[in-house]
Design a protein around this ligand. Sequence first.
Ligand code: FES
Length: 67
Amino acid sequence: MTVIKVRKNGPLLVTGADVTLVDAQGKAYPVHGPTIALCRCGSSANKPFCDGAHNGAGFVASATAPD
Ligand code: FES
């Protein structure tokens, strides 16, 4: 099972045994480890991955699943 977790004011954490991240040209990114963090603030210097820049950028977002 693949799980995508929204971190409060941070990245999307994608965890799963068979996750493949592919760019717009169809080339797969090397993915290390069982979890990847995808930037959703736009400030990462290592997009599409989160590099922690959201902390300094003051990124604030609310994302909650509806009932
Ligand atoms: S969400 Fe972490 S750098 Fe953008």
